[in-house]
Ligand binder design. Structure first.
Ligand SMILES: Nc1nc2c(c(=O)[nH]1)N[C@H]1C(S)=C(S)[C@@H](COP(=O)(O)OP(=O)(O)OC[C@H]3O[C@@H](n4cnc5c(N)ncnc54)[C@H](O)[C@@H]3O)O[C@H]1N2
Ligand code: MOO
Length: 390
């Protein structure tokens, strides 16, 4: 069986180059910029007051000084600014040439049209022209766009940007035991939940995700569903990946011409994961156990979806301190559901004692996946370990 690292490289190799599309900046949250946003103006476009108060010359402190006019945001003062004068000014207003300081109104006493400065700090309270960014500045972060990025791009006076088209992901879950949420499970049946979680993980990574109707445990049913997925960038199957008589995904995808990158890896949970390509469509076959499917979705599907948008794969491991002693690990890299707590320095990580890959409630209570390499020796409380944040 190949290692998690080898499998991850093979999965990332399935990514085709991102395709550009133009969108309005207000629709670009979470999208991947493909071409830099180029500032169409300098910000601030003029020296701007950072406070409500009075603009004046430092050399004229402390006054008294006559107040010869007013500047408000959007309404500049157009007159002359002789030595020994001040103007009333408000936050965001242009500071007229000549004045080099704004004194907060709280530090000024005013008597009619004259002010005297009672106290002036070292702060000039002027935002110099261009101190945020200059016209022509290029913004191209190597991550999905955050809300603050949208504000920045808008401030650059760039209304439309070029982002990666959202990868189209189709989620195909199946099994005779499954009925959709809200349904009425018969004898031996359960609710299908993995498709919901996997589609949500796909969307979280920037994809457009569709869930196909549940397939039955027959080759015909699976073939029909695969046909419905045509045109997708990525098809993600769930379940039927193992060795049981009803585990048909490997057989059916193989019959349909899937070029397999790998099938099975030294990972727990997630051993029966498969990956490959069916013509232009990448394929991931996730195991059916809910925690296995979700862990594989996070560790393999999300990085693949990000790579399809030209983004870094993400989920770099972090370090934490073990809360308890752990026995030696088996021959698969183990991703243990764990809780994180504040520590003196690094966070403290405490894995749950029950790591059954069907227990979704424990996954919901987990903050992290503690990463135990294959054949890791026994570990003592206080040792440092790797984890992936959930
Ligand atoms: N003889 C062996 N048996 C199993 C092995 C093995 O190596 N030898 N591996 C085990 C491991 S590890 C895993 S993981 C599972 C993976 O099995 P499949 O991918 O074939 O998944 P299924 O058998 O279809 O389902 C497993 C389990 O998950 C439930 N399930 C499936 N789909 C959904 C869904 N959409 N929503 C909620 N729950 C779902 C299903 O009912 C089963 O309980 O195989 C082990 N067996
Ligand atoms: O690997 Mo299975 O994925 O252990 O539950």
């Amino acid at each position: 069986m190949i290692s998690v690292e080898e499998a991850r490289a093979l999965v990332l190799a399935l990514a085709t180059p991102p395709e550009p599309e133009e969108v309005a900046v207000h629709d670009a949250l979470g999208r991947a910029l493909l071409a830099p946003a180029v500032a169409r103006l300098t910000q601030p476009p003029f020296d701007a007051s950072a406070m409500d108060g009075y603009a004046l010359r430092s050399a004229d402190l402390p006054g008294p000084l006559p107040v010869i006019g007013t500047a408000a945001a959007g309404v500049p003062f157009e007159g002359e600014t002789p030595n020994g004068t001040a103007i009333r000014i408000f936050t965001g207003a242009a500071v007229p040439p000549g004045y080099d300081r704004v004194v907060m109104q709280e530090h000024v006493t005013r008597d009619g049209d004259r002010i005297t400065v009672a106290e002036s700090s070292g702060n000039l309270n002027i935002r110099l022209k261009g101190n945020d960014f200059a016209e022509g500045a290029e913004f191209l972060p190597a991550r999905a766009l955050r809300s603050s990025d949208l504000g920045l791009i808008a401030a650059m006076n760039v209304p439309r940007i070029t982002v990666a088209r959202r990868p189209r992901v189709v989620v195909l879950a199946g099994g005779d035991e499954l009925v959709p949420p809200g349904g009425h499970p018969g004898a031996g049946q359960i609710i299908s939940s993995n498709d919901i979680a996997i589609a949500a993980l796909a969307r979280e990574a920037g994809a457009e995700a569709a869930i196909l109707p549940l397939a039955r445990d027959t080759e015909e049913s699976l073939r029909a569903r695969f046909a419905e997925a045509e045109g997708a960038d990525l098809i993600v199957t769930i379940g039927g990946a193992s060795v049981g008589d009803h585990d048909l995904i490997a057989k059916v995808s193989g019959d349909l011409g899937m070029e397999r990158s790998f099938y099975k890896l030294a990972m727990r949970p997630g051993k029966p994961l498969m990956a490959g390509r069916m013509g232009p469509t990448a394929m991931l076959g996730l195991p059916g156990n809910p925690v296995s499917a979700i862990v594989c979705g996070k560790l393999f599907m999300q990085p693949l979806i990000r790579a399809m948008q030209g983004l870094p794969p993400g989920d770099e491991p972090e370090r934490a301190v073990l809360a308890r002693d752990l026995p030696p690990e088996g021959d698969r890299q183990h991703y243990q559901r764990a809780r994180l707590e504040k520590g003196a320095g690094l966070e403290v990580i405490d894995p749950f004692t029950d790591q059954d890959s069907a227990r979704q409630w424990i996954l919901a209570e987990a903050d992290a996946l503690l990463v135990r390499p294959a054949r890791d020796p026994a570990r003592k409380a206080g040792e440092q370990v790797n984890f992936v944040r959930l």
